[in-house]
Design a protein. Structure first.
Length: 288
């Protein structure tokens, strides 16, 4: 376990468990859900690399190459592999200081035909926390590429989430996209109401601006600023749970099988690197 601190921020990392974040606090208050069990699904946040969310039945074509990936959701018979490979393997500590740490995951190639190197950089300052994730194509052919972050946030009856997006994907029962509901302008799909009023597990498109989470009963809020190449946000609000997920990602679900020109999937040339980031800044809420 690695522990970083700067100003009012503290961050605990667990490189052996998927390069995950175990906890992040501000002035002693949890900004992310603190790791609550032995599974990677019990952590505070984990990286999504080299793709985000599901690939339908683990099958897609890249040119003449047919790719087949095994299902990988821990404790589930879900047939659709999810979130890539980084979250289910140990990461190596490249460097660690009081306020900065660098972790690395090296994939040698296999059912995903392209070897790659992924690096996470975590940096704290008095102004906040920055998570950076980079993916380098080590193969000799172009590689489909996607990145993202999967944070879990504490949730109570008053928790508010604000994210302005133009579109909301409608999914089938397997959480695979079927149709896109789009508005003329980016909007708050919760209309200012508590996050728990909508039970969703889907992707929102064409993000505008930062994402905001407020905990009125706790007296503070959190601003999440994803990089511009994370234009899609996956939101998961399970019923009856004390957490929810707001995941900045680079592409839509099952993008490798999409024919849409704006799916968000990158084609990474040999030797090229894709880098994404998100910043966290906590603040007190004004009293009305």
């Amino acid at each position: 376990m690695l522990n970083l601190a700067a100003g009012d921020y503290q961050l605990a990392l667990d490189p052996r468990r998927g390069g995950s974040v175990a906890a992040m606090t501000w002035r002693g208050e949890a900004l992310l859900r603190t790791t609550c069990g032995p599974s990677i699904l019990d952590t505070a946040c984990f990286p999504l690399v080299p793709f985000s969310n599901r690939i339908a039945n683990g099958k897609f074509k890249m040119g003449c190459l047919e790719v087949c990936i095994a299902a990988n959701m821990p404790g589930s018979d879900d047939p659709h592999p999810i979130h890539g490979f980084g979250w289910l393997t140990q990461w190596r500590v490249i460097s660690a200081d009081n306020d900065v740490a660098v972790l690395e995951h090296h994939y040698q190639g296999g059912e995903w035909p392209w070897p790659y190197r992924a690096r996470q950089t975590f940096a704290l300052s008095a102004e906040g926390a920055t998570f950076m994730l980079a993916l380098e194509n080590l193969s000799g052919t172009p590689m489909p590429a996607g990145l993202g972050f999967h944070p879990y946030f504490p949730r109570d009856a008053d928790t508010r989430y604000l994210g302005l997006h133009r579109g909301e994907w409608k999914n089938n029962l397997d959480c695979l996209p079927v149709s896109l509901d789009e508005k003329q302008k980016a909007a708050d799909w919760w209309q200012g109401s508590p996050v728990g009023i909508r039970l969703v597990d889907t992707a929102y498109t064409s993000r505008e601006g930062a994402l905001q989470i407020n905990w009125p009963s706790r007296g503070f809020g959190l601003t999440i600023t994803p990089s511009d190449n994370l234009p899609i946000t996956v939101v998961y609000t399970p019923e009856g749970e004390e957490y929810f997920c707001v995941e900045p990602v680079s592409h839509m679900t099952d993008a490798v099988n999409s024919t849409l020109p704006d799916s968000g999937l990158h084609c990474l040339e040999p030797g090229a690197t894709l880098t994404v980031s998100m910043q966290f800044t906590a603040h007190t809420l004004s009293q009305k």
